[in-house]
Design a protein around this ligand. Structure first.
Ligand code: AP5
Length: 213
């Protein structure tokens, strides 16, 4: 399975990516997490990316395309991967086609997560994230076992800077303008599988297994 996850910010792409990874034993490649790591490590790219991310804008292609190309060249993605957060624009989709062509890989699925803006805003304002391992929680629907602590690695959970309401609104606008049009491109290829972002958390694993086979 060589999959792209498409959907608005906060629709549950990351949550699904981790379940699918566990079901099919394939790695998740999340551009958002890779960029956040670069920001944390204060790398050259991280310093550039930080301003764009805090405003909810897309980080320049030359940075993002480069990290995706490097990651997809690693041996562990040969038998499958889940791309979460990439591509997000026409130019990134063109770049992905080129990268995959060079590697002799074809996409098999684009999983499109559908969710209304109202629910997205409610979810993101109550999301908590692990800065160390990338695990995602929700204060009501998926709380950690111990308040404020990651179940997976024990790190202290944080609220992302871009999960403030005004930034969420802007991320939604960027998504509608730049990312949503990609759906047509992948629909034309016949590889889009649609799923509702409203499927309850405790049914998600079985739902995805049934949907993806
Ligand atoms: P990124 O980290 O990719 O953020 P995003 O796409 O906006 O998506 P999110 O991580 O916010 O949400 P999600 O859909 O994964 O939802 P989640 O599973 O967490 O990107 C951040 C920034 O990085 C961008 O704005 C940009 O600046 C930059 N960037 C990244 N990629 C880039 C690229 N390719 N090009 C340029 N710039 C790029 O779920 C949300 C919440 O809902 C959680 O609390 C979760 O617990 C809860 N939830 C999930 N599913 C359910 C459910 N079924 N029921 C109840 N609650 C649920």
């Amino acid at each position: 399975m060589k999959m792209v996850l498409l959907g608005p910010p906060g629709s549950g792409k990351g949550t699904r990516a981790h379940i699918i990874s566990d079901l099919y034993h394939i790695p998740v490649v999340t551009t958002g997490d890779m960029l956040r790591e670069a920001v944390r490590d204060e790398t050259e790219y991280g310093k550039i990316a930080e301003g764009y991310m805090n405003k909810g804008d897309l980080v320049p292609d030359k940075i993002v395309n480069g990290i995706v190309r490097e990651r997809l060249g690693k041996p562990d993605v040969k038998d499958g991967f889940i791309l979460d957060g990439f591509p997000r624009s026409k130019s990134q989709a063109d770049a992905l086609d080129m990268i995959l062509d060079d590697l002799g890989i074809e996409l098999t699925h684009v999983l499109y997560v559908v969710l209304s803006d109202d629910v997205i805003i409610q979810r993101l304002s109550k999301r908590r994230s692990c800065p160390k391992c990338g695990a995602v929680y929700h204060l009501e629907s998926a709380p950690p076992k111990q308040e404020g602590i990651c179940d997976v690695c024990g790190a202290k959970l944080i609220q992302r800077d871009d999960d403030k309401e005004e930034v969420i609104q802007h991320r939604l606008e960027v998504y509608r303008k730049q990312t949503e049009p990609l759906l047509k491109r992948y629909r034309d290829k016949g590889i889009v599988v649609e799923t509702s972002g409203e499927v309850p958390m405790d049914e998600l694993r079985a739902h995805l297994k049934k949907l993806l086979g």
